[in-house]
Write a protein that binds this ligand. Structure first.
Ligand SMILES: [Fe+2]
Ligand SMILES: [Fe+2]
Length: 355
């Protein structure tokens, strides 16, 4: 059998303190679809919301557990620093800047990150978010068929504090943007950036274990002392969208991530089907990892394990998908429950705050 290699991200799961506020932010402000309104299967007293494209395609999914009254966490080693969502180009990015700014949401950028242009802001719980353009891509400073082979440094003009970067950051869209236009469409997970205390070990894990390839060895453009490496599904010619995981390499003495509100709970990678997932599970176990049994999440099947520095990871199957219990045109409109929770529907609905 060919070596296993994940196609990329299936979903990212974050923690919200207030499902209603989160729904407003991601659906009304960012324009994502609510593709499933359900409860945490391991704790049915609280919501689990899934946002994504019209069908809830893998790679577009942002999901939230609601943990009301819980403290905020903070990024650190073994955690995720930020989530980037994709937009087609700079014109769309600038419209987002104008829209968010006009809504009173503080925005940093756009910044020219070389491989893409980026805008930064946070959600109401403090989760750091980025919107990044699709291009120009990773081949701007090394050959497309030789990405990630050696260390490359950003152009001085890209670095924070340069005249060019200040000029770049002053750009915005000239008119108010009241409604989201088609060119602003957010295309799912552009990249996820985490923090590790051991880049070498992380490299071994994401390549040997998950089958990704390192596509960039660079430095943090806001702090050149910190290495910043990128891994993705890469066939030697092109980098697959919705597959780029980046890690900042912190000194191991720095602080660890604290889970909680405003942080990422876990990241899920794709397995195309249950057979591939079974192969993944065997491989992970053979490599000595502690892996959960296969869990039935109704919309996909999941296995869970940890990256070397503690980050919780999942491998989720592409199917059966979100139309398994409601029509595609009506995804997310009603509270959906798995069969084993259906007998408790009335009790569960009573305990939840209406959205
Ligand atoms: Fe980023
Ligand atoms: Fe998950």
């Amino acid at each position: 059998m060919a070596a296993l290699s994940t196609l990329g991200f299936h979903h990212i799961t974050m923690v919200s303190s207030d499902a209603r506020r989160t729904l407003h932010f991601y659906r009304a402000i960012l324009g994502l679809g609510l593709v499933k309104r359900t409860v945490n299967f391991d704790d049915p007293k609280s919501y689990h919301l899934y946002f994504g494209d019209e069908k809830g395609s893998p790679g577009t999914l942002l999901t939230f557990f609601e943990w009301p009254g819980q403290p905020r966490g903070r990024p650190g080693i073994g955690g995720v620093h930020h989530l980037a969502m994709g937009v087609a180009d700079e014109a769309g990015l600038l419209k987002w800047k104008r829209r968010l700014t006009d809504l009173g949401i503080p925005v940093t950028g756009p910044k020219n990150r070389g491989y893409f242009m980026s805008l930064y802001f946070t959600d109401p719980d403090g989760q750091i978010l980025e919107i990044a353009t699709a291009g120009p891509g990773y081949a701007i400073d090394e050959p497309a068929d030789g990405l990630g082979q050696s260390v490359v440094y950003p152009a001085p003009s890209q670095l924070s504090g340069s005249v060019e970067s200040a000029e770049f950051e002053s750009r915005t869209h000239p008119e108010p943007v009241a409604a989201i236009t088609p060119d602003m469409r957010l295309s799912g997970i552009h990249h996820i950036s985490g923090i590790t205390g051991d880049l070498g070990l992380a490299h071994e894990f994401y390549t040997d274990t998950l089958g990704l390839s390192r596509v960039k060895q660079s430095v943090n453009q806001d702090d050149g002392r910190i290495p910043h490496h990128f891994w993705a599904n890469y066939d030697g010619h092109s980098v697959r969208p919705q597959s780029a995981l980046t890690l900042f390499g912190w000194p191991p003495s720095y602080h660890y991530a604290v889970g909680g509100v405003g942080q990422t709970h876990h990241i899920a990678f794709r397995a195309t089907d249950v057979d591939e997932q079974r192969a993944w599970r065997e491989k992970l176990v053979t490599q000595g990892l502690s892996v959960s049994p296969v869990m039935d999440r109704t919309y996909f099947q999941s296995i869970y394990f940890h990256a070397p520095d503690g980050l919780l990871l999942e491998i989720a199957t592409d199917g059966p998908g979100f139309a398994v219990d409601e029509p595609v045109a009506h995804l997310g409109e009603q509270l959906a429950l798995p069969a084993w929770l259906e007998p408790d529907r009335e009790k569960i609905e009573k305990a939840l705050v209406a959205l």
